[in-house]
Design a protein around this ligand. Structure first.
Ligand code: MN
Length: 571
C-alpha cells in the first residue's frame, strides 16, 4: 500500500476521531497500522451501501470505535476495520496478511469464519455458532471482542432490516451474544446488547417499563444523593479517599428480576446503585466498614466478590443498607482496576499494568479456555447455564452422539430427544445417557448435553411417558404409539393364539426339541397339556404367534423331528 494513501487517510476526520478514542487507553499506539487498515477497508467497501443508505464503511468504522473504546490494541482495532472485507468485499486474503501481518489476518479470518457460520440455516445456527465463537475465543480472545463489537453496531442500526430478520437477530443476541459478553466480563457491552434486543422483541413492554423505571429512578436518586453526601463526609473523616458514582440497571435486567422473583416494581429498590471506587483491596474493606457504620446494613445482603471472584472476572463488594429515607440502597465497592474490568471485561486486560490483576485475568482466560473446550463436555454445560437463566430462552440445544445439534423446548427430557430424532427411536427408547452417564428418561436436559438413546426392540411406548414429555411433538407421537400398541394387542387377543396337538413316540429331550422349533420362529408357548401312554406321548401346545405365517414354518420343522407321528392345529 502506498505511503501517500496512508498519509491521506490520516488527514480524514473520521480516522482522527477513531485514533482519539484509542489514544485514551493506549499511549503507544501503532497509528500507522490503524491508518493503513482504515484506508484499505474504505477502499474495499467503496461503492457499497448499508440498508440505512449510509456508506458500508461506516459499519466497520463504528465497530472499530467500539473496540477502541474498550481499550484494545492497534491490531484489534485494525481487525475491526477490516472485519468485513473478506466476507463482504471479496478482498484478497494473502494481501491482508502481507499488508497487516499474521496477527491481524488471523483476527480478520477468525471473525470472517464466524460470519459464514452465522449464515447457516436457522436450525443449525444457534449452538453451532456458539460452539464456533467459544472455539474462536480459545485461539485468540480478541476475535470475540471484534465479533461482539460488530454485533453491537449491527444492533444499534437494526431498524433498517426487515422485521422478521430483526426479531431473529434480537433473539439470538439475547441467547448468545449478551451472555457471552457477560461471560467475558464486558458488562457495558452486555447491558447495551440486552437493552437493544429487548426493545426489538417487546417494544411496548420496554417503553412502558423504561418509563416506570425512569419515574422511580428519579425518586430514588434523591435519597441516593443524600446518602452519597453523608458517605462523603464519613469517608473524609476516616481519611479514606474514594470516588462516588451511580450505576443504573438496564430495563432488561429489571424485567428479568421481576419475572424470576415474581416481584412488583415497588418491591425493587436497586434502580440506582451507589458505586464507591477506592485505591486498593484493603481500602475496599475499610470502605465497607465506613458504609456499615454510616447506614444500617441489611442482614444477609453482603456479598464479597473480591474474596470469591465470579467466573466472569467480576470483582466487587456488594452490600445493601437502609438509606436516609428509610428505604434500602444497594452499594458496590471496588478498586479502580476492578471497575475498569467490570466495564470493559476481558478487553481491559490488554493494557493493565497491575501484574496481579493480569495474573487473575490470565487465570480466568485459561479457565474460559477450559470451558470452551468442546471435548470437555461437563464444562460446556456450565456455559449453557448462563443461557438457561435467560427468561426469553425457550429452547435448549443438545447434541446427538455424532455431534449433530437438536433444538428442543426448555425442560425437555430424553424421551423428547428420542422422538425428535425419529418416531421409531422414541417408541423403542429403553434407556438414556447424558454426557456419558445414565440418566432417567424423565431427566430434564440442559443445553450442551450430549444425549444418547439406547433402544430395545422389546420396549414400546409407555403411558407414563406422557406425564413428563415436554414437546408437543413427543406427546403426540407417544399417543399415536399407544394407540397402535392397543390395536395390536386387540389383534393378538382375537386371532393369534393357537392350540396344536402333537403326537409322538416319547423320548428324553423331545419336549425341548419341539419347544425349540417354536422359539426359533418367535412363537411363545403359553401353556402345555401333556400325557403319555406307554411309549406314546401326546402334547397340546397353546401358543401365541407374532405373525400367522410363522406357524407353518415351525410346524414343518416339528414334523421333521423323527419321533413325531402327528401334528394337528386345533380350532
Ligand atoms: Mn460486520
Amino acid at each position: 500500500m502506498e505511503e501517500s494513501e496512508i498519509r491521506k487517510a490520516l488527514m480524514e476526520k473520521a480516522l482522527k476521531e477513531l485514533l482519539k478514542i484509542a489514544a485514551k487507553h493506549n499511549r503507544k499506539l501503532n497509528v500507522k497500522l490503524i491508518a493503513k487498515a482504515f484506508a484499505f477497508a474504505k477502499a474495499s467497501h467503496r461503492g457499497q451501501k448499508r440498508l440505512s443508505g449510509k456508506p458500508y464503511f461506516s459499519h466497520p468504522l463504528e465497530a472499530a470505535k467500539i473496540v477502541a473504546s474498550l481499550g484494545l490494541d492497534a491490531e484489534t482495532i485494525s481487525a475491526a476495520l477490516l472485519h468485513d472485507v473478506i466476507e463482504d468485499a471479496d478482498a484478497d486474503r494473502s494481501e491482508i496478511e502481507r499488508e497487516f501481518g499474521k496477527q491481524v489476518y488471523f483476527l480478520v479470518d477468525g471473525v470472517t469464519k464466524l460470519g459464514v457460520i452465522s449464515n447457516r440455516t436457522r436450525e443449525q445456527r444457534s449452538i453451532a455458532n456458539l460452539q464456533k465463537i467459544i472455539l474462536a475465543s480459545v485461539k485468540d480472545i480478541r476475535i470475540l471482542v471484534v465479533k461482539l463489537a460488530d454485533k453491537l453496531h449491527n444492533m444499534r442500526t437494526l431498524k433498517y432490516l426487515p422485521k422478521e430478520k430483526r426479531q431473529r437477530i434480537a433473539a439470538e443476541v439475547l441467547s448468545v451474544h449478551a451472555p457471552l459478553a457477560h461471560k467475558l466480563g464486558m458488562h457495558a457491552m452486555k447491558d447495551e446488547l440486552e437493552e437493544l434486543a429487548y426493545d426489538e422483541l417487546s417494544p411496548k413492554e420496554h417503553s412502558w417499563l423504561s418509563k416506570e423505571i425512569r419515574i422511580r429512578t428519579k425518586k430514588k436518586e434523591l435519597e441516593v444523593d443524600k446518602a452519597i453526601n453523608s458517605l462523603k463526609k464519613a469517608f473524609a473523616k476516616q481519611h479514606l479517599k474514594a470516588r462516588f458514582g451511580k450505576y443504573y440497571k438496564n430495563c432488561y435486567t429489571i424485567n428479568k428480576k421481576l419475572r424470576k422473583q415474581s416481584k412488583g416494581l415497588d418491591e425493587i429498590y436497586d434502580f440506582v446503585i451507589i458505586k464507591i471506587i477506592v485505591r486498593s483491596i484493603p481500602e475496599c474493606y475499610r470502605a465497607l466498614g465506613v458504609v456499615h457504620n454510616t447506614f444500617l446494613p441489611l442482614p444477609k445482603k453482603m456479598k464479597d466478590y473480591i474474596a470469591i471472584p465470579q467466573t466472569n472476572f467480576y470483582q466487587a463488594i456488594h452490600t445493601s443498607v437502609i438509606g436516609p429515607n428509610g428505604t434500602p440502597i444497594k452499594v458496590y465497592i471496588a478498586t479502580r482496576e476492578m471497575n475498569n474490568l467490570t466495564e470493559r471485561g476481558i478487553a481491559a486486560g490488554w493494557h493493565l499494568r497491575d501484574k496481579k490483576l493480569q495474573d487473575i485475568l490470565r487465570q480466568n482466560v485459561s479457565k474460559l479456555n477450559k470451558i470452551a473446550n468442546i471435548e470437555d463436555v461437563g464444562r460446556l454445560r456450565e456455559f449453557g447455564n448462563a443461557f438457561k437463566t435467560d427468561f426469553l430462552q425457550k429452547t435448549i440445544f443438545v447434541f446427538t452422539p455424532s455431534g449433530e445439534t437438536r433444538e428442543l423446548p426448555a425442560g425437555s427430557t430424553p424421551i423428547d430427544f428420542a422422538f425428535n430424532i425419529s418416531a421409531r427411536l422414541g417408541e423403542h427408547c429403553l434407556r438414556a445417557k447424558a454426557n456419558g452417564k445414565s440418566v432417567p428418561l424423565w431427566k430434564r436436559l440442559e443445553s450442551g448435553d450430549i444425549v444418547e438413546i439406547i433402544p430395545s426392540a422389546k420396549c414400546t411406548a409407555s403411558r407414563l411417558w406422557l406425564s413428563f414429555a415436554k414437546s408437543e411433538h413427543a406427546k403426540k407421537a407417544i399417543a399415536d404409539a399407544l394407540k397402535s400398541k392397543k390395536s395390536r394387542k386387540d389383534e393378538n387377543q382375537k386371532a393369534v393364539f393357537a392350540k396344536i396337538k402333537i403326537c409322538a413316540i416319547d423320548r428324553i429331550g423331545l419336549f425341548s426339541d419341539i419347544a425349540k422349533c417354536f422359539s426359533a420362529n418367535k412363537i411363545n408357548i403359553v401353556g402345555v397339556q401333556s400325557g403319555t401312554s406307554g411309549s406314546k406321548a401326546i402334547g397340546i401346545f397353546s401358543v401365541q404367534l407374532t405373525t400367522p405365517d410363522k406357524l407353518e414354518n415351525s410346524l414343518s420343522r416339528i414334523k421333521a423331528i423323527g419321533e413325531i407321528t402327528d401334528v394337528k392345529v386345533l380350532k
